[in-house]
Design a binder for this molecule. Sequence first.
Ligand SMILES: Nc1ncnc2c1ncn2[C@@H]1O[C@H](COP(=O)(O)OP(=O)(O)O)[C@@H](O)[C@H]1O
Ligand SMILES: [Mg+2]
Length: 256
Amino acid sequence: MSRTNGLTLPIPAPVARAAAPAAAASRAGSIITLDQVTKVYGANGTRVHALAGVSLSVERGEMVAIMGQSGCGKTTLLNCASGLDDVTSGSVSIAGQDIATLSDKARTTFRAHNMGFVFQTYNLLPVLSAVENVELPLVVSGVSPKEARQRAQAALERVGLRAQGEKRPAQLSGGQRQRVTIARSLVNNPEIVWADEPTGALDSRTADDIITLMETLNEDQGLTFVIVTHDAAVGARCHRIIHMVDGAIVREERLR
Ligand SMILES: Nc1ncnc2c1ncn2[C@@H]1O[C@H](COP(=O)(O)OP(=O)(O)O)[C@@H](O)[C@H]1O
Ligand SMILES: [Mg+2]
């Protein structure tokens, strides 16, 4: 990656990096490292091997798409890599922290400080205004109401919704609602944003607006994005596409 700390260096890194998914050793600049991660759901008889030994490294400032058929394990990968869910075996390291060694509480705090999440369905509380939805994670983590409001307004500004802060989700379009969830994901100034089918509920034009917003946040601020998507148009806007089949990475495409 030719980016560090949000700055685009004038000269692209000349090294042709070996695209070896099995090489899980943490490379310089890698912010997410998975080593032989497996995930088995259920008990005897009803076991589902959702991840069958996934190794993956994502660099700081990279924008990666995870693609594959429904049921191939994309959401499981995102949940395990982000620490939302436990792995069955293997290891996950985020910014040098082995997340399996953290207690549940420490992991929740670690996520809150380092990561934002965007889902297909917006997960916005209908009774709260846009700005209240965005500030909620801050209020919950003990930030003062005044500072929370200022930071939420700044986050809404980053997604182009400064003037819509008082509206409730029902008064916003689908694209605007997804912008609110992106603002909420940014409110803690995370380094990584995980997105699971962020354009899945949007028409293609609105989807394009949302991915353009993510691209801008990636380019201008060096945010690392991991985006699970069915949508080839979304994948095509990323630096790299990871293709999954049956719980395994079968192919990688480096696009830029
Ligand atoms: N909580 C769960 N309990 C049991 N099986 C699950 C659970 N979540 C996902 N699975 C199964 O794991 C596999 C991968 O699911 P998922 O990661 O949701 O796929 P994708 O996001 O690619 O559609 C599927 O076979 C799915 O049915
Ligand atoms: Mg899924």
